[in-house]
Design a protein around this ligand. Structure first.
Ligand code: NAD
Length: 285
């Protein structure tokens, strides 16, 4: 039976590190959140950011703009946050309304304040390794894998899902640790090849948003399984992996909820501290 990789104890340890590091910063960290409209997912994520910020002595500045805010107005607003020296980090709550081009927006945030790690400059740095502002969910997944204690060197790592926030950055983070990385996606499934790839995964990460996509019987004996998926099924939240069957085969597995989720916001705050350190040292982040 697999050992559970729970996010909460790791999140508590990282919060402790953040508190310690924040003491040496000589400023109260300030995080500006920009939300357009009131999408329930964005509202809920923003609330958990505000709660964790408060726990860590971080000032959380919510900027709630109307859903019909024009892109020009929004870019102007971000420009002001970019140049406001009292703001250390900026987060744009997703989803943004249809009239706003999210990719354009992510390029517009000052890369030194981009605590979500979505600016093309920060994403580009992942290629070279040693990046400091890492997309939070991918960063959280890496923390969970490292918590298993399993050495990644030469391991077969299979990622299912190739989004900009999870699968793609994660592939680069795993390569940095010399895992052999395969990235699967909808094309892999449509070609009927998903099962074959999953079956040889010593490290399996799934971020799709499709309950039960990964059959328990596909999970390799003794593997590490990180389930990023969040799916509402009736009154329950479940992941993308058939947990009960997978748990019998894996050596380590994340629960859903309670695995990746509790860590994501904490990684955002860790990025904020890194951003402030770089701002203070004058170093390009
Ligand atoms: P996305 O929705 O942007 O992309 C989905 C990915 O899954 C794509 O790569 C697509 O090709 C792939 N896919 C779709 N159907 C597939 C299939 N049948 N077989 C194989 N691949 C398939 O992804 P995202 O934004 O990374 O979100 C993925 C999941 O992770 C969602 O459930 C989301 O809620 C969850 N998520 C959780 C956290 C967290 O903090 N726990 C953070 C981000 C996302």
């Amino acid at each position: 039976m697999a050992k559970l990789l729970e996010g909460k104890p790791i999140a508590e340890r990282i919060k402790e590190e953040i508190r310690e590091q924040a003491l040496s910063l000589r400023v109260k960290p300030v995080l500006a959140s920009v939300m357009m409209g009131d999408d329930p997912g964005a509202v809920s994520y923003s609330k958990s950011q505000a709660r964790v910020a408060q726990e860590l002595g971080i000032e959380y500045q919510p900027h709630n703009l109307k859903a019909n805010t024009t892109e020009t107005h929004l870019l102007d607003f971000i420009k002001k946050l970019n140049t406001n020296k009292s703001v250390h980090g900026i987060i744009i709550q997703n989803p943004v309304p249809a009239q706003v081009d999210y990719k354009k927006l992510s390029s517009f945030i000052d890369p030194g304040k981009d605590i979500e790690g979505i600016h093309p400059g920060n994403i580009g740095k992942l290629i070279f390794g040693g990046s400091r502002l890492i997309p939070c969910t991918a960063y959280a997944v890496m923390e969970l894998i490292l918590a298993s204690g399993v050495d990644l060197y030469g391991k077969e790592a299979v990622i299912v899902g190739h989004s900009e926030i999870v699968g793609k950055p994660l592939a680069l983070l795993l390569l940095e640790r010399f895992a052999t990385v395969t990235v699967c996606h909808i094309g892999t499934s449509k070609a009927g090849k998903l099962e074959g790839h999953v079956k040889r995964a010593e490290i399996l990460i799934v971020a799709v948003g499709c309950p039960g996509l990964i059959k328990g019987a596909w999970v390799k004996e003794g593997s590490v399984v990180i389930d990023v998926g969040i799916n509402r099924v009736g009154d329950n939240i479940v992941g993308d992996v058939e947990f009960t069957a997978a748990e019998k085969r894996a050596a380590y597995i994340t629960p859903v909820p309670g695995g990746v989720g509790p860590l994501t916001v904490v990684m955002l705050m860790r990025n904020l501290i890194e951003a402030i350190k770089s701002q203070q040292s004058g170093e390009y982040v």
